[in-house]
Design a binder for this molecule. Sequence first.
Ligand code: TMP
Ligand code: ASP
Length: 236
Amino acid sequence: MKIGGKLYAGKAKSVYETDDHDKLILKFRDDTSAFDGEKIEQLARKGEVNNKFNAFIMTQLEQVGIPTHFESLYSDTESLVKRLDMIPVECVVRNISAGSLCQRLGVAEGQDLKPPIFEFFLKNDPLHDPMINEYHILSFSWATKAEIEKMKELTFKVNQVLKNLFANAGLLLVDHKLEFGRCNGEIILGDEFTPDGCRLWDAGTREKLDKDRFRQGLGGVVAAYEEVAKRLGILI
Ligand code: TMP
Ligand code: ASP
């Protein structure tokens, strides 16, 4: 497999063509962004930790029948993935109140949400990823009714699987964001699953071990990601 030209550079990852039209290389960079790209810093080792973290989670999800774009690790900071036609919406599930939910509704952080709350956001940094609902997605043809149902079904399944996986490592999965794409008529999990796109708290102390450390200037960002990776057996 040979790497070709750069197709796209996001805030924390870059995507490259390969000599196989259907496969891409995802490079996890050390760049860390928050507030839709307003705050950006380089954090040593983050690209490598997130690449390995994502590979582990995607493999776990494949094993329980969730289709993902992940194919294999390519290097310490790169993975080989399937080329998807990405759907421009973000699927968020919340098990415990935090983040924008608390700001938007004025509710306290840390409340158990039963049932979990599902939200769609439009992937659009200049507009700060506004919250949308199924009518927006249908009216603007971002996805079909069947695709919306599939994204919701898969997101709740991922939530169930990963809530248990993290619980076994003494962690609470507070919330997380997924992105999906199309490949040969199928809806497939794309993008990444890393502590950049979810909230993870220590189950005992409720210490934050995710990107909120960066957003809130708490420090120890990569050390926290490594702690989570060690508890899951990804790093030694
Ligand atoms: P929020 O509280 O900012 O709405 O985020 C909810 C979860 O989804 C949190 O774990 C962060 C993640 N998320 C992203 O990673 N990127 C995004 O653009 C959005 C809207 C959420
Ligand atoms: N993922 C978005 C960004 O990097 C939002 C956030 O994480 O705060 O800017």
